[in-house]
Write a protein that binds this ligand. Structure first.
Ligand code: SF4
Length: 338
């Protein structure tokens, strides 16, 4: 189906109306969002904002990442500077101590975080890794009062249960890209391993955080397929990352995603995931540049204070941006007062 320019504003409004009823767009409508012209982008953002505003009000959920175990990962994800298969400048260190993880949660809370995410560069967590993460989670939930997410690679049913019992609210495991394209991104584990891990996390009682990365040479069809797959697995948090090409990785040569296209990608995720947390995740600053504030009219969540191996613009600039856009950070248990 081809949409003539005169029909498009009406189409974006129709997508917003459907999203308000939690009805997903058709595949053709989803592709139309991504292939729209630059001049259509503001109309698309306007439609996506209606949905964002209806389900998420003026709140922004800020997440803070803690790289709890960095580098030397045996997996070969082509975008990742922490893989041992590539020579990169990323730091390598073993699992952090429990006290340091708890201290990280305190700092995250002071930075206005709604959620603190402990992440390890591993295929999956060892029993010792789980001991540390579970104990840190118990202390954080009791003493710090911030929600906890963990991202530890592939889970078994038993490991998922241990995390849920310790109080982990959400488990992150990204699908990364479409099922069709997945083998060109990772060869050491399968797409089905990722879907299964999301299923174990959900069955154990944790919320599923799952998203992907845009800008790895995929087609619009792959982005649409990914967005629908995430709806199908029931993700309640969808981080949309934009490739920040890392030196030494196989994707180091790829260009950054064009900012207007990235805004249409975020809008598409908002139409397909109207009531869940859509996060403008890794690559936000380098992708959107001067257009960054517009991200908040579509996404209701961001990371602050950087990513796993790269830095961001920092918490002061993030809070200023949120305030300037007339929005308010949400924290577990109330609003953040800077
Ligand atoms: S499993 Fe995670 S840490 Fe390991 S290479 Fe893939 S993305 Fe990087």
């Amino acid at each position: 189906m081809i949409f003539a320019p005169s029909q498009t504003t009406e189409l974006w409004d129709q997508l917003a109306e459907k999203a308000l009823k939690k009805i997903a767009p058709t595949k053709e409508e989803a592709l139309a969002v991504l292939s729209a012209s630059g001049t259509e982008t503001l109309s698309i953002i306007h439609a996506a904002y209606k949905v964002r505003s209806h389900f998420h009000g003026n709140k922004v959920r800020i997440h803070v990442l803690q790289n709890a175990k960095s580098g030397a990962c045996p997996e070969d994800c082509g975008f990742c500077s922490q893989s041992s298969k590539y020579t990169t400048p990323a730091a390598t260190y073993p699992m952090m101590e429990i006290e340091a993880l708890v201290e990280g949660a305190r700092k995250a809370k002071a930075a206005g975080a709604w959620k603190y995410c402990m992440v390890t560069a591993t295929r999956g967590p060892s029993n010792r890794d789980l001991d540390v993460i579970c104990e840190a989670t118990r202390i954080i939930k009791k003493e710090v009062g911030v929600k906890v997410c963990t991202s530890l690679g592939i889970l078994t049913e038993e490991k998922a249960k241990r995390l849920a019992e310790a109080g982990v609210d959400r488990f992150n495991h990204n699908l990364e890209t479409s099922e069709e394209r997945y083998a060109q991104i990772v060869s050491t584990h399968k797409y089905s391993d990722r879907v299964q891990t999301a299923r174990y996390a959900k069955e154990a009682g944790m919320e599923v955080c799952s998203g992907g990365i845009v800008g790895m040479g995929e087609k619009n069809e792959d982005v649409v397929q990914l967005a629908f797959a995430l709806r199908e697995i029931g993700a309640t948090s969808v981080p949309v990352n934009f490739l920040d090409p890392r030196p030494g990785t196989p994707f180091a040569h790829l260009p950054k995603v064009e900012p207007y296209y990235a805004l249409r990608v975020l809008s598409l995720f908002r139409f397909i995931h109207p009531d869940v947390d859509v996060r403008a995740a890794g690559g936000r600053e380098v992708t959107f540049r001067a257009l960054q504030p517009l991200v908040l009219y579509v996404a209701n969540s961001i990371f602050t204070n950087g990513y796993l191996t790269t830095s961001g613009q920092g918490q002061d600039a993030d809070h200023q941006m949120i305030q300037d856009m007339g929005l308010v950070p949400e924290i577990a248990g109330g609003e953040f007062n800077a």
